[in-house]
Design a protein around this ligand. Structure first.
Ligand SMILES: Nc1ncnc2c1ncn2[C@@H]1O[C@H](COP(=O)(O)OP(=O)(O)OP(=O)(O)O)[C@@H](O)[C@H]1O
Ligand SMILES: [Mg+2]
Length: 251
């Protein structure tokens, strides 16, 4: 379970999180939505200790993340797969080497046969052909690079998956492939996930619950039906605008 209680975070004068309460139950997928720059990535980074709160609590798996010492934090991180917003693949490494970096267990890392096998398994899980392992990030399309980032995030057999904008910049066909993948990984691996997104349509498809971050707090959080039924002006404005964008995009 992931639980944030009254989290505050500012950078200088800029207040980004102003009392965020946010819970993700075991096995659940929650989509975190909000306009650009509202603090979605900042919130996500609290969950694996990349950013510390100024005040408030952050618990993952019952552990208080900001209070973990280095060794305990890296142990927790080995159970959290993180899909970075901009891929964060190493261009000088092959796809296979990039995915192998996600294997976190020390004994496994030392076992070449295990690693080779695990990398192939993960590429297969994200529907990339086996030959992709020998390619380099620069040889791949945007959608394929996103999938390599996801393959790396799952290589260490995490119990939590944090996705930062896994579909941004993708055409609808590739975005659909990633959305289906998020659902498949939840169902086949039983992971607990947070999916940060701009994509309202995709979020409503993949998430058990939807949260909207607005002006430093979680303005609404509920099942897709509950969010659709909201009469809160801020919620309506956010979803209305996106609905229009979606209609525009559909032509
Ligand atoms: N390390 C940092 N130091 C200073 N300011 C930061 C830092 N990280 C984020 N910010 C600021 O915090 C705000 C929220 O950033 P964040 O990246 O979380 O937005 P976001 O909701 O993920 O946006 P996007 O949808 O564009 O990815 C922004 O104004 C950003 O400039
Ligand atoms: Mg972001």
């Amino acid at each position: 379970m992931i639980k944030l209680i009254n989290v505050h975070k500012r950078f200088g004068e800029l207040v980004v999180l102003d009392g965020v309460d946010f819970t993700v139950n075991q096995g659940e997928t929650v989509a975190l939505l909000g306009t650009s720059g509202v603090g979605k990535s900042v919130l996500l980074k609290h969950m694996n200790g990349l950013i510390h709160p100024d005040s408030g609590e952050v618990y993952v798996d019952g552990l208080s993340v900001p209070h973990l010492r280095r060794k305990a934090l890296s142990k927790l991180r080995s159970r959290i797969g993180y899909v970075f917003q901009f891929g964060a693949l190493f261009d000088s490494m092959s796809v296979r080497e990039n995915v192998r970096l996600g294997i976190t267990d020390q004994e496994c890392i030392a076992d070449d046969a295990y690693c080779r096998n695990r990398v192939s398994e993960c590429l297969d899980l994200v529907n990339l052909p086996a030959g992709t392992g020998d390619k380099y990030p620069a040889d791949l399309s945007g959608g394929m690079r996103k999938r390599v980032g996801i393959a790396r995030a799952i290589a260490g057999q995490p119990t939590y998956l944090l996705y930062d904008e896994p579909t941004s910049g993708l055409d609808p066909v590739n975005a659909d492939i990633i959305d289906k993948l998020v659902i498949k990984l939840r169902d086949s691996l039983g992971v607990t996930s947070v999916v940060v997104s701009h994509d309202v349509r995709g979020s409503f498809r993949v998430a058990d619950r939807i949260a909207l971050l607005h002006n430093g707090t979680i303005r609404t959080m509920g099942t897709p039906d509950e969010v659709r039924a909201s009469t809160d002006v801020a919620v309506l404005e956010f979803f209305e605008r996106d609905f229009e964008t979606f209609l525009d995009a559909a032509g």
